[in-house]
Design a protein around this ligand. Sequence first.
Ligand SMILES: O=C(O)c1ccccc1N[C@@H]1O[C@H](COP(=O)(O)O)[C@@H](O)[C@H]1O
Length: 210
Amino acid sequence: MIRTRVKICGLTRVSDVEAAVAAGADALGFVFYPPSPRAVTPEQAARLCAKLPPFVSAVGLFVDAAPEGVRATLDQVPLDLLQFHGDEAPDYCASFGRRWIKALRMRPGVDLMAERARYAGGAGLLLDAYDPARAGGTGQCFDWDRIPPEIASSVVLAGGLDANNVAEAVERVRPYGVDVSGGVEAAKGIKDQDRINAFMQGVRDGDTRR
Ligand SMILES: O=C(O)c1ccccc1N[C@@H]1O[C@H](COP(=O)(O)O)[C@@H](O)[C@H]1O
């Protein structure tokens, strides 16, 4: 059975990090985008990462950040992977000497095959809903049928996932991984252990059907 990887994003509290790890998350996301209600400082993120087990990855999320800001964050936080969620160019993404993924917001008309070729130097693509007013973390789904079947197994699916829809998402899309933020929260930036556990159960249910 294929095991869909899970990233839980937007962690701001040690207790939420512990709950996500205990539930079996593969990766934890830390938002370095000040306008987000889930934003953390490098100092906070360093504390949150301090007790991560060896096989759980720390992912840093940036949105069109100044390169010196990304570098300063990397000096303080042991990030395993960078997630670029804005309009960053491939050369920018590759300039930090760290593994990275590119988030693509599913704008009308986006050509995923062309974008995949454009960002081929990265570790993968994350697909999120498009909202012209917000950079991400919108809690909205997009039409999963827009994902070309030939790339589905390599993408991370995001956008509006929660315990109620993630099993269907995994079964239908068959992605490499899923990413969730709002769907496991009690309030913005405050995760809920029961929702995390229910989400993980949904992923496993989807895995048994994919
Ligand atoms: O979480 C945020 O606040 C955020 C801000 C700016 C860009 C991306 C953000 N989060 C990412 O958005 C997607 C979907 O989140 P949700 O599950 O719909 O709430 C996910 O990749 C988060 O990492």
